[in-house]
Design a protein around this ligand. Structure first.
Ligand SMILES: [Zn+2]
Length: 132
């Protein structure tokens, strides 16, 4: 039976998904030119090298864009964010972003990675980061 509900796991993405299972954000990175690559690919789009490994970014990010469900329900307000990791321009991952309040988020807002400890919530999430 076909199962179309889960993520598509293939040779290029298996390390990324395995990392999430261990609570680690592992982003593909070209070892030849150091370009970060996400979604992961077996070949660097910048220099065409196939020397791809995975590294953990700092977790610091900014809000690039977002989708705010009309009915977010009660409790912790969260949106679906396109989050730009600070390591590289347009290094975007899609993840829930937890907001401090009902105030609409602003694009460019500094964020930081965290992992939910609650049952049922898996995968990387982001929340506001204090600028220092
Ligand atoms: Zn490269």
């Amino acid at each position: 039976m076909l199962n179309n509900t889960g993520p598509r796991i293939d040779h290029d993405t298996r390390v990324y998904w395995a990392g999430l299972g261990e609570g680690r954000l592992l982003i593909a990175r070209c070892q030849a030119c150091r370009t970060w690559i996400h979604p992961p690919k077996g070949c660097c789009p910048s220099c065409w090298s196939n020397e791809i490994d995975h590294e953990e970014p700092s977790g610091a990010a900014t809000l690039f864009s977002y989708l705010a469900p009309r009915n977010r329900g009660r409790g912790i307000p969260a949106i679906i964010g396109w989050v730009e990791l600070v390591e590289q321009d347009r290094l975007l991952i899609v993840a829930p972003v937890v907001l401090d309040s009902e105030t609409p988020p602003r694009l460019g807002e500094p964020l930081e990675l965290f992992w939910s400890k609650k049952d049922g919530a898996k995968g990387p999430m982001f929340k506001g980061r204090c600028e220092t």
